[in-house]
Design a protein around this ligand. Sequence first.
Ligand code: DGJ
Length: 543
Amino acid sequence: MKPVRSPHVLVRLVAAGLCGSALFAQAAPSPIPRIVRKDGRYALLVDGAPFLILGAQVNNSSAWPAMLPKVWPAIQALHANTVALPIYWEQLEPEPGRFDYSVADTLVGQARAHGVRLVLLWFGTWKNGSAHYLPLWMKRYPERYPRVTGAGGRPVDSPSPYAAATLAADQRAFAALMRHLKAVDPRRTVIMVQVENEPGTYGSVRDHSAEAERQFAAPVPAALLAALHKDAAAPDANWREVFGADADEFFHAWSVARYVGQVAAAGRAEYALPLYANAALRDPLKPGPPTSYESGGPTDNVIPIWKAAAPALDLLGPDIYQSDPVRYRKALELYHRPDNPLFVAETGNSAAGARFLFPALGLGALGFSPFGIDYTGYSNAPLGAPRVDAEALAPFALNYRLVGPIMRQIARLGFEGKLWAVAEEKDEHSQTLPLGAWKAAVSYGVPAFGFGNHPNGNPEPVGRALIAQLADNQFLVAGLFCRVNFQVGDAAGGKQREFLRVEEGSYAGGAFKPMRIWNGDQTDWGLNFSDAPQVLRVTLGTF
Ligand code: DGJ
């Protein structure tokens, strides 16, 4: 068969179900996506260059071929460039050791036909702390694939991280999936894989099975103490002796992370795509005790434990469903660390949250992925919008229509430390961004004409702006519902700013293509952005 190049041909082949390995094997391989670090910043390289995930995650039961016709219109409405889709263990391995890749192949084929990349979510041992995606042949034998034992001896609905048979089966299945992806996806439609989903336990801080108790009473592993730069109080000190009141939670985090890390390592040995785990957050400001959140998952307080226990994971990503902006920002900051690239693995899809893409970008996020993006009729309100339709998705679509066409530039400039991005807050109607020799004032709730008005903020805080430095005196500027004005920096010696040229345009083939020059009313009062997705190249001078 000849290589298939036309997307139309591919659509027809996919529709006809001809999307197996023979078809996928035709394309020339692209470089394997990977995460790189330079000067303390991170980039996700896709096709060899920094890439920004403008993502969308479907509802939990939407990654079945029969549901995809209700997925793609929502993805298109959103203008997402990447879709996060679950792979269900119960579907992938219907009998022990027999793997059915047909659904995975359909997902990859249809994503390609729709021109988007995929993040696949391995719904394996853990899904939101439970083991509900175990294949039937495992669920029927809870003695062999046991759950966590609670403090009182009763089983808790969460898989035990000490279940050796479950771990071995998960490693085998995940390895099989990754091996298959390597074989069928030389074009790297799949750019990243999530290992498990919100691993950890609700309802018990840790496992109290016989094996867990034995390990809890044993000395804390030296590798963990070294990673935490912690001296054991006494040689061979056990968990309680070293960690006191935190011992149960830290022990469970180590246990779950070791397990997930081993599953990740088994997959990575087959195919070294970027791998990550997602976190059900604890309250970023007032966390409370571990009984009040999912214990053992990669919550902010145990990130160093996860890093030590699961080196095969590239990052730990927060699932941010906070509606309080202070908490939202705090969550971003907690996962933006020198040892952890920020990736907003999930976030709520209600309108108020759309603007948080911008502070995430300002912190160098590799991507942002609102959850529940499909037209299957399901809503996870109050976490997200009460009804998911094109109108509800419009604020997110606006983000992606604005940033999508400059995604490669933003990802590269962010990696180089030349990107600033902000969003409006209820009581913060203007913000000043220091840009070296220049400053930018971003203000919200000012009319597009005239200087006189003090910024009062928009009726709802929907403003957002980003600025990226292209050269000493040249910037890329994009915004929504705000005014951006440039000022000379503190060392300007009495000189004033002049807009030498303000060009509206976009990028094609890596080069900026101006469409018109802004001047007169469009620049005399600053650069005013409405709901029209506009990208400006601004060249500054002084007089
Ligand atoms: C976070 C989980 O990771 C998702 O799979 C989903 O269950 C949402 N919570 C709630 O809709």
